[in-house]
Design a protein around this ligand. Sequence first.
Ligand code: CTP
Ligand code: ZN
Length: 153
Amino acid sequence: MTDKEALRVSKIENGTVIDHVAAGQALNVLAILGIDGLGDDVLSIGMNVPSDRLGRKDVVKIEGRELSQSELDVLSLIAPAATINIIRDYDVVDKNRVERPDEVTGVLRCPNHNCITTEDEPVESRFDVLDDGVRCEYCDTIIREDLAAHILV
Ligand code: CTP
Ligand code: ZN
């Protein structure tokens, strides 16, 4: 079944379509992927578009680039219901759900100002992924709510 969003955001020839993102989360999806719009990526973003399944949803299309599964798994923190579609020659050649990774490295900032990862030391942040949040592997601080506010840019 094709959602009405197809009429709003054009099909792409090659690349990645991140579909079924909760309404309002598209910009956080880009942030957690480290895409700030200043690079060369050609992006189309649909926000609050009608969806049969979700009522409203966001869609992110990245042209000319096939994101890897591990790149996409960090998305599960922001968009657990997302569907990842790989497009080649206008066809959907691969469709996957995101999976929760065991840990995420370099994508979130630890809220503990005394944590070694937030000081000048060149230590990359690293969080274990829990059922209901993430835990800093260095200082055990847990983030449960509003992960998007902790995304490193
Ligand atoms: N899409 C796209 N460009 C293409 C092909 C598909 O942008 N050349 C987008 C569609 O607009 C849709 C997503 O990729 O948002 C998945 O496409 P498709 O599998 O054809 O749609 P549905 O069957 O509605 O997907 P699902 O069953 O996952 O809801
Ligand atoms: Zn920490």
